[in-house]
Design a binder for this molecule. Sequence first.
Ligand SMILES: Cc1cc2nc3c(=O)[nH]c(=O)nc-3n(C[C@H](O)[C@H](O)[C@H](O)COP(=O)(O)OP(=O)(O)OC[C@H]3O[C@@H](n4cnc5c(N)ncnc54)[C@H](O)[C@@H]3O)c2cc1C
Length: 345
Amino acid sequence: MQQNSWDVIIAGGGSAGLSAALMLGRSRRRVLVVDEGRPRNRFAGHMHGVIGRDHTSPLDLLADARAELGRYDGVELREGRIAAASVIEDPEPDAAADRADRGIEIVLGDGTRHLARRLLVASGVRDELPAIAGLAEQWGRSAFICPYCDGWEHRDERIGVLATSAMNVHQAQLMRQLSPDVTFFGHGIELPGADRAGLAARGIRVEERAVVEVLADAEGRLTGIRLEDGTEVAIDALFVGPRQVPNDDLLRALGAERAVHPMGGEFVAVDPMGRTSVPGVWGAGNVTDPRSSVPFAMSAGNAAGAAINADLVAAEVAAAVAMASSAGRPGRRRGDGRGRTVNTQ
Ligand SMILES: Cc1cc2nc3c(=O)[nH]c(=O)nc-3n(C[C@H](O)[C@H](O)[C@H](O)COP(=O)(O)OP(=O)(O)OC[C@H]3O[C@@H](n4cnc5c(N)ncnc54)[C@H](O)[C@@H]3O)c2cc1C
């Protein structure tokens, strides 16, 4: 087998990618995981809502997962970026084995080329924060996206919710479950009457003036919000709805179909096991699903890993049957029993 030839290549070594690698490694697959090392929650000191790992570092979880993968000799982890991917056209359209495994070529950032029978893209999203001075410095520290991930730590504190869309009303109502002191900073969005009524009924203040700055003390601790007219509102934590931009360049370049997600935004469409519209190409975790938490991403990666292995097994069965029926004919190709072809001439 060629050194740069793999059963599966995985783009992204976050919760989704490493879960998939674990399933595939345990199935004796040769797997290359390429990871740029920028998991979405890298800004957070602690991770929550993950059983067995509550209030632990998200980076420690990934380090432990990488160490666990060391038990599986078929799995290789590599730092870097997959810069391009393309489906290889079948050189012998009549050969059943080649049809089953026509393969995908990927190019790493350093120009190295690799071949894979299947590709899993688990490359996550980028969070684009509103352009407000001081906000990026608080991201993951005192400014968060998810009440379930970081709300409890700020129960009974003075909470701000900075709106980027009417969806943030839901965030504010979730935070009202945790604190009686919630201010909704509308920041120019139009609020439907029902939303406004719901906020008022639960004692959530609505601030209509635009936010111009997120304020911090000399140690960098969040202290409040400055409004357009200079008014300062003291808060202890801020919840924000950033624009989630999927890192799906590879999937787009391969022509994967996209769809509007029920939670908003356009994402590459996958079936419940992560299969995209492109044969041999899969997606898992945040890159295809804006709802993804760490357990969600793990679950999606786990499902995709198992489904990819099953897909390879199906291809191998088809190839083995084709080989068996043509066995003994001179000059034909012979399988190695795992669907790979060995040229006998
Ligand atoms: C501030 C913050 C706090 C959070 N806290 C929590 C929490 O407490 N609990 C919780 O459950 N969830 C939390 N989340 C959500 C959680 O981070 C995500 O749900 C989870 O990281 C998604 O996992 P993933 O594997 O899909 O993507 P990621 O974890 O983002 O991993 C994707 C990986 O792919 C890499 N990559 C991207 N493109 C390429 C490429 N072309 N080639 C190679 N590698 C590539 C990236 O660098 C990254 O390492 C938080 C999110 C944020 C923003």
